[in-house]
Design a protein around this ligand. Structure first.
Ligand SMILES: Cc1cc2nc3c(=O)[nH]c(=O)nc-3n(C[C@H](O)[C@H](O)[C@H](O)COP(=O)(O)OP(=O)(O)OC[C@H]3O[C@@H](n4cnc5c(N)ncnc54)[C@H](O)[C@@H]3O)c2cc1C
Ligand code: FES
Ligand code: FES
Length: 487
């Protein structure tokens, strides 16, 4: 049995299928139909709810998430706030301002939009909420009918309104950042859910337990944020028989500096890793802002992105360009390998049965090193890359001493461009060397044509991104808005 708070009330639902999403449970079991299903794939935001996750120091992290692709069992020990919370006591500034500014445009999107903005409101800090923060909060809520102007106007108005909910109101904890006693009373031990039909969900709370479970069931499926995996259930209609959750294992969470490397636990979400990673390598910031939506970044993890082995995953190319090392763990113990060696073929990795990604070790920058990352996709927000270029250069007195150029979307796996790298290394960092590198790039890749881009477009744009790097590093005005080199 799992236990959590739903709009202020303790819930202990029994017989939770590992494949059941929060959305499905809300709508079919609880008849709470205010939360809508639009796409069932994390794209539209109609299903947005807020989860509150208790932290070590008793604080609660409130985040907007996509309930359609989040496993129900992941709610254990958390608070879940849905749009129905506002039915009980109207008058929240987000609700009032959406009405006042005519932001309620259609019944499908509005509940999700209100939840995204309520999470932003709960997390607002002194000094105000910027337009960028409002747009980021709305990045996972797609409106196809009218546009965002009234919604953004409502957001601006709501973020400055002061509102103190009555004690006991479901949103009171969120507004006051108080730890609610019922949450503290829920056990934090590991648990297993067994369904009569044979499916199973394990939620270990230590690395030791995870290793034992993987030894016992090497072909079980791991679930971290579920933002890739759950699409197998909602889009391909597969049944996942045995899931092991990585969400509650402290050893797989967070970022620490160790010697000259930043060690990022595999189950660290984008929300958690953005600060520490961007402090060392600021170029990640603009890219992370465009990785999925805020809802996706609140759940999605680095380990999931790598293990999913998509040729258009956004994190592998820059990490390969930086020479990051992967730490794998499993029944045979721990081993390390360069990240680029992990990818064996389309969606094929070197993970052995029972193994899992433990962490990623990212080198810290040294003198004269710079990183440039460019993501090209059809939409700015919440879209998968057509091409992603990541360029790690050491330029000393105008000469390229070392370079690692890595791309996503150019081959069946995220890959480096060895010919282009050879054409640049040891050469002056100028137009002439760039031309040689662009010619060499055509020997490195024969990209596919697909719905995102044609082969010719991909090759052209890959070269253009390299050209842009030269322009950026030689001070193209305004370039700092798009990409930042740490130097
Ligand atoms: C709407 C939407 C937009 C998206 N946009 C982007 C985008 O712009 N860029 C991008 O790169 N991705 C994007 N994604 C994909 C996804 O969000 C990321 O790949 C995310 O990092 C996956 O992490 P997760 O924790 O959710 O993985 P999960 O879904 O939990 O797992 C993914 C796979 O990895 C395995 N796995 C997870 N953790 C481990 C581990 N530690 N060791 C071994 N195997 C493991 C799982 O078994 C599963 O096979 C998007 C997804 C959605 C739904
Ligand atoms: S239903 Fe579209 S994001 Fe969940
Ligand atoms: S608000 Fe629903 S499509 Fe525009």
């Amino acid at each position: 049995m799992i236990e959590f708070l739903l709009n202020g009330q303790i819930e202990k639902p029994d017989h939770i299928d590992p494949n059941l999403s929060i959305l499905e449970w809300l709508r079919t079991k609880m008849r709470l139909t205010g939360t809508k299903e639009g796409c069932a794939s994390g794209d539209c935001g109609a299903c947005t709810v807020i989860t509150g996750t208790p932290g070590e120091s008793g604080d609660i992290l409130y985040q907007a998430i996509n309930s359609c692709i989040t496993p129900m069992a992941s709610l254990h020990g958390k608070e879940l706030v849905t749009i129905e919370a506002f039915q009980q006591e109207p008058g929240h500034p987000v609700q009032s301002c959406m009405v006042e500014q005519h932001g309620a445009q259609c019944g499908f999107c509005t509940p999700g939009i209100v939840m995204s903005l309520t999470a932003l409101h709960a997390n607002r800090k002194e000094g105000g909420t910027s337009n960028d923060q409002i747009l980021e909060a709305l990045s996972g809520n797609l409106c196809r009918c009218t546009g965002y102007r009234p919604i953004v106007a409502a957001s601006h108005q709501a973020m400055v309104e002061e509102w103190q909910p009555e004690p006991g109101h479901p949103a009171a904890g969120m507004a006051n950042r108080a730890t609610t006693a019922p949450l503290a009373g829920i056990h934090r031990n590991s648990f297993t859910l067994n369904m009569p039909e044979g499916s199973r969900y394990d939620a270990p709370v230590s690395l030791h337990e995870l290793r034992a479970l993987r030894r016992e069931a090497p072909y079980s499926r791991l679930v971290a944020g579920g933002t890739d995996l759950m699409l197998e259930v909602t889009q391909q209609l597969n049944t996942l028989d045995h899931l092991i959750s990585l969400e509650r294992i402290p050893e797989l969470q967070g970022c620490v500096l160790d010697d000259n490397e930043l060690v990022i636990g595999a189950a660290t979400t984008y929300h958690q890793l953005r600060g520490p990673l961007c402090e060392l390598w600021p170029a990640f910031d603009a890219m992370l802002e465009r990785l999925g939506s805020l809802q996706i970044r609140n759940r999605g993890t680095l380990g999931g992105n790598i293990a999913n082995a998509s040729p258009i995953g956004d994190m592998p190319p820059p990490l390969i360009a930086l020479g990051a090392t992967l730490v794998l763990d499993g029944p045979e113990g721990e081993r390390k390998l360069p990240l680029e060696e992990f990818f064996q073929g389309y969606k094929q990795t070197s993970l052995q049965p029972g193994e899992f990604v433990h962490s990623v070790r990212v080198p810290v920058p040294e003198v004269n090193e710079a990183l440039y990352i460019y993501k090209v996709s059809k939409r700015l927000d919440d879209d998968i890359s057509a091409v992603l270029g990541a360029f790690h250069l050491t330029v000393d007195n105008g000469v390229v001493r070392a370079c690692r150029l890595a791309f996503g979307g150019m081959a069946a796996i995220p890959a480096r461009a060895p010919h282009a790298e050879a054409a640049l290394t040891g050469q002056p960092w100028n137009e002439e060397s760039l031309q040689a590198a662009l010619t060499a790039l055509a020997d490195d890749f024969s990209p596919l044509s697909d719905v995102r881009a044609s082969s010719g477009y991909r090759l052209q744009v890959a070269g253009n991104l390299l050209r842009r790097t030269l322009l950026a590093s030689t001070s193209l005005p305004g370039e700092q808005l798009m990409v930042t080199d740490y130097a």
